[in-house]
Design a protein around this ligand. Structure first.
Ligand SMILES: Nc1ncnc2c1ncn2[C@@H]1O[C@H](COP(=O)(O)OP(=O)(O)OP(=O)(O)O)[C@@H](O)[C@H]1O
Ligand SMILES: [Mg+2]
Length: 228
């Protein structure tokens, strides 16, 4: 089984080398837990190792993403210029009209790339009025992605009531893997600790432990040897 390295110190160890090629993995977390940082780091790792990468953003502009990457010291502009990084901004306003494009056009693009990120998939899910429509659409979308063989990260907002699940609960089932990012408040110590766990990864005997992580000026670092 071929592995795709995420490029986050500590996290690839929890996954025994990385994400199996072709997997769809959800990154779940509440606001500000570092989901986009993780996704950007995964993308940059791919670019450095010669992969063609697609970053579909439904929230942030290309300029903002480039600025964020620069802050972490990840120079993505040359990859945008030479076409190995495709930063695509889908506006939430005209998302309904772009859905057709996602479903018809993009799979062709996906076939020629090795890494895909959709940040966040939650906005895509939000456009559907009925639960049945949402479920069917996300299921078909995942099936189309899967057929292309691209390794995918779906960034998702956690459910307000249950931070172990995605907002709508659908992608948890269609994903081959789930990486959970959580903020834990230890009241006595008045301390906030960020923790990560791999709660699912099909076909991998991954670590089942909860590990602390930090977002540093060089990106996310998982303390894989530290017990929480
Ligand atoms: N250059 C940096 N150095 C250190 N920490 C940073 C830096 N940039 C961002 N952070 C930390 O990362 C957090 C945001 O990370 P990120 O944008 O990846 O989260 P997110 O889960 O995608 O958030 P959202 O749900 O709002 O999209 C910030 O709140 C901050 O704590
Ligand atoms: Mg984000």
């Amino acid at each position: 089984m071929e592995n795709v390295k995420i490029g986050i110190p500590g996290l690839d160890e929890l996954l025994i080398g990385g994400i199996p090629k072709g997997h769809i993995v959800s990154v779940l977390g509440s606001p500000g837990t570092g989901k986009s940082t993780l996704a950007l780091q995964f993308t940059y790792e791919g670019l450095k190792s010669g992969d063609n990468c697609i970053y579909l953003s439904l929230e942030e502009s290309e300029e903002d993403i480039t600025k964020t990457a620069e802050m972490f010291g990840w120079h993505i502009q040359p990859y945008i210029d030479n076409g190995t990084l495709n930063l695509i901004r889908l506006s939430a306003l005209n998302i309904k009209s772009t859905i057709d494009r996602v479903e018809n056009d993009l799979p062709r693009l996906f076939k020629n790339s090795q890494r895909l990120t959709i940040d966040p998939i939650t906005l895509y899910e939000m456009i559907y009025e009925s639960e049945a429509e949402r479920r069917e659409s996300i299921f078909n979308f995942a099936k189309n992605i899967k057929e292309t063989g691209i390794t995918t990260l779906l960034v998702s907002e956690a459910n307000n009531e249950n931070q172990f699940e995605s907002k709508y609960g659908n992608i948890d089932y269609i994903s081959d893997g789930i990486i959970l990012l959580r903020r834990i408040r230890q009241q006595n110590l008045r301390l906030v600790t960020m923790v990560i766990e791999v709660s699912k990864m099909r076909r991998v005997d991954h670590s089942k432990e909860i590990r602390p992580y930090n977002i540093t000026r060089n990106g996310m670092v998982v303390h894989s040897a530290e017990v929480f």
